[in-house]
Design a protein. Structure first.
Length: 760
């Protein structure tokens, strides 16, 4: 019985092999059963092939147990290779075979699984067994489309570059794609054109024979330029610039502004020409040293390079190649550095623009006010460029190490890393934007910049002016006195019941806002160490001063409405209107202005030296604008009030006690206008020769606002003076009673002591 079981698979296989022999051998005309009209179903893992008689065939990776073809799906016995192998083996042999449920573990790299029994190479790869294979020994290898022999055509002036699983076409050195792209896929996309010498014209309006000769030389190079001889053209151009800067001749006689225009033209033109022509270089590094010291270094990217270092006699540049590879320009990746020592002659006395943050550092270090700078060049002027034309806000900074003659900055001098920033009129100036000094020694300075341009190291000599100690004393003493008067005025308006009305309510809110604003100014205006805190302080000052001016506006409105109703002595309507407007306008309008300002430009709250508003982008006008508007409205209210009083006072009832005296009413109106904004208008006028005088007037008058309020609304008020007298009498009475009580206590104590002594 056991032997029968062992022979059963072999007998089954033999039976399957003998079945086709019983079929009829009669030959007939073959009919293509795979035609659409007669197409038969072959079932799973099989295809209709239209062969003689038997038109079905197992698919890839499948086989019949007996033959390779069959007639219809009822005869479909397509099995996987491993299943067929199991059927032909005995039980002991079956144990030695482990058929995987998935082909992924044994399919090689760069391939995918097919029906869990075979593998197919990914696009761009092939195996020795064809597209689909079942052997574990096969591998998928890269197809070299570029040959030899090549299977693709890139066209003229282009080379095929093979990559793993793909390829691309690229213009040969000296040619670029017209579209500006870096690569293409086939000949139909080929627009390779020769690299050209860019147009370079002289600056307009400059009359110089030396400059004319130089540009004639440039035009000759432009006309004769050939990409195959690009190195010779570059060297001739550098030599021409070197000779021009060595002997500028009549250029030295030009005005400084025109010399700066010439320098700007030379720097930009040279950079553009070298950037364009360097793409025609084949590979490696190009260096050239002209006789007068002009040096050029060019470096082309090579496979495996990550960092680039270009060194010359007076400067070293270091950057990452990733910065260059961000380019969308065609051609090879190139980095260039050119030193032009003679350029300093044309850039003498060029202005320096220092960022506000760097000015603040200088101010904090020397306790001075920055007036203007007269820079002195310490290093050669260098220009850095690369094939990537987008050189603003680089992904990683570029490092420059400048060598220069020994220098030790004085107490009012500072070394800066700067670049030449072009202006719209063709000139330019030195700027520190985007450049930071990392380290500075006597003979070298290290700079880092986030953009590429023309750079240098210079030392700025500052005309300094010490802070005015008298002005500082006036500010602190005046504001302290103003705070005391505002506190007394607020207490008076709050505690004096006899004078409490709409007018005193306005005075009270004005006094509170000014008191808080002056107090915050005194204790926190210089708290710039914590930026967030400084911004909050600046925002609070912005709000409090705007609120003060808004309450001043309400004061002027109330005064006008009061004067308008003098003839009928009707104050009820005025009081009702003011009660409705007071708090929504007094505190709401400033809140809206500050909220909009903070939401739009929060970073402009707080400067490096003061917790106040930045002047950049006109942000200071979020404060000055409302002030000027309120001052104009107050002036209109004052003029109308004065005119109404003058016109109608003669007809007033003599029993109108508080407004009977024309001189007092006029004085209050005048003082009101003075308080309502004249002081801040003086602050706006701190420009020009009279700036120093205006600064004194602004400081004195602004710091005494509290004194004016206390004087006009308290000391000059009859009711307030009467209330003060009552308070003083009460204080004296209390003091007298206290002294009398103390005296009585002392007398009784002495009497008691005397009685005790007599008793003893």
């Amino acid at each position: 019985m056991k032997n029968r079981n062992l022979l059963l698979p072999e007998l089954l296989l033999l039976l399957l092999l003998l079945l086709p022999l019983g079929a009829s051998a009669q030959k007939t005309r073959d009919i293509n059963m795979c035609e659409p009209s007669l197409r038969k179903s072959c079932a799973a893992y099989a295809d209709c092939q239209g062969m003689d008689g038997k038109y079905c065939m197992c698919g890839p990776g499948q086989e019949l147990i007996s033959e390779t073809t069959f007639r219809n799906e009822s005869e479909n016995m397509c099995q996987g290779m491993l299943v067929l192998l199991l059927l032909t083996l005995g039980p002991v042999q079956k144990l030695r075979v482990s058929a995987p449920t998935d082909c992924a573990p044994w399919c090689p790299l760069k391939s995918t699984c097919v029906n869990a029994t075979a593998c197919r190479c990914s696009p761009g790869f092939s195996s020795s067994s064809g597209e689909i294979f079942t052997s574990r020994l096969d591998s998928c290898d890269d197809i070299n489309e570029c040959g030899p022999p090549p299977t693709v055509s890139c066209g003229k002036f282009a080379d095929c570059q093979n990559t793993e699983g793909s390829y691309y076409c690229m213009c040969i050195p000296g040619y670029v794609l017209a579209s500006g792209a870096t690569m293409f896929m086939d000949e139909s996309e080929n627009t390779c054109q020769g690299i050209f010498f860019p147009t370079w014209t002289p600056p307009r309006g400059i009359k110089s024979q030396t400059l004319s000769r130089f540009f004639q030389r440039v035009q000759d190079l432009h006309r004769e330029f050939k990409p195959d001889f690009v190195q010779n053209t570059i060297q001739d151009l550098i030599q021409g610039v070197d000779e021009l800067l060595e002997t500028p001749e009549d250029l030295k006689a030009l005005p400084r502004s025109e010399q700066h225009r010439v320098a700007t033209n030379l720097l930009t033109g040279l950079e553009n020409s070298l950037r364009n022509m360097s793409q025609a270089l084949s590979n490696g590094t190009l260096t050239f040293n002209a006789s007068a010291g002009t040096d050029l270094s060019l470096k082309l990217w090579e496979q495996g390079d990550r960092n680039v270092i270009l060194s010359q006699n007076q400067v070293k540049m270091m950057l990452n190649w990733d910065v260059v590879h961000d380019s969308g320009d065609s051609g090879p990746s190139v980095v260039g550095l050119i030193s032009t020592p003679g350029m300093g002659k044309l850039l003498a006395e060029a202005p320096l623009v220092v960022e506000p943050e760097k000015q603040a550092v200088l101010h904090g270090a020397h306790k001075i006010s920055l007036q203007e700078a007269s820079p002195v060049l310490l290093s050669d002027v260098i220009s850095a460029f690369m094939s990537n034309k987008v050189t603003q806000n680089l992904s990683s900074p570029v490092t420059f190490i400048f060598s220069h003659h020994s220098v030790t900055p004085g107490p009012t001098q500072k070394v800066f890393c700067v670049f030449w920033e072009h202006s719209q009129n063709g000139s330019g100036h030195w700027s520190t934007r985007g450049c930071t000094m990392v380290n500075s020694r006597d003979t070298s300075t290290t700079c880092q910049c986030t953009h590429l341009s023309s750079f240098a190291v210079l030392m700025a000599h500052y005309d300094v002016k010490e802070d005015d100690p008298v002005l500082a004393v006036i500010t602190y003493m005046g504001l302290s006195l103003s705070l005391l008067c505002l506190l007394l005025a607020a207490l008076t308006f709050l505690l004096c019941k006899a004078i409490q009305n709409t007018s005193t309510s306005l005075h009270l809110q004005l006094s509170i806002c000014l008191f808080l604003a002056h107090l915050l100014f005194l204790i926190a205006i210089d708290q710039t160490k914590i930026k967030v805190l400084c911004s909050i302080i600046a925002g609070a000052l912005h709000y409090l001063y705007l609120a003060s001016f808004t309450w001043m506006l309400l004061e002027a409105l109330h005064l006008f409405l009061t004067a308008r109703n003098l003839t009928v002595v009707n104050y009820s309507s005025v009081s009702t209107l003011m009660k409705k407007l007071m708090f929504p306008v007094g505190y709401g309008v400033p809140a809206v202005i500050v909220a909009i300002s903070a939401a739009s430009r929060p970073h402009l709250y707080g400067t490096p030296t003061r917790c106040w508003l930045h002047t950049d982008k006109g942000f200071i006008w979020t404060f000055l604008g409302p002030i000027c508007t309120i001052f104009s409205i107050n002036l209109a209210f004052f003029l109308m009030t004065f005119w109404i009083v003058k016109k109608n006072l003669s007809s007033l009832n003599r029993d109108v006690s508080t407004l009977r005296n024309t001189r007092m009413l006029t004085f209050k109106a005048t003082a009101q206008l003075f308080i309502l904004g004249c002081t801040w208008c003086l602050g706006i006028l701190q420009v020009g020769p009279a700036a120093h005088i205006m600064a004194y007037l602004f400081t004195i008058i602004n710091s005494l606002q509290g004194v004016f309020i206390f004087l006009v609304y308290c000391l000059l008020s009859h009711q307030v003076r009467e209330q003060y007298k009552k308070w003083f009498k009460g204080i004296r009475k209390t003091k007298a009673e206290s002294e009398q009580y103390t005296l009585s206590s002392g007398t009784m104590s002495n009497a008691s002591k005397h009685s005790v002594e007599n008793y003893n």
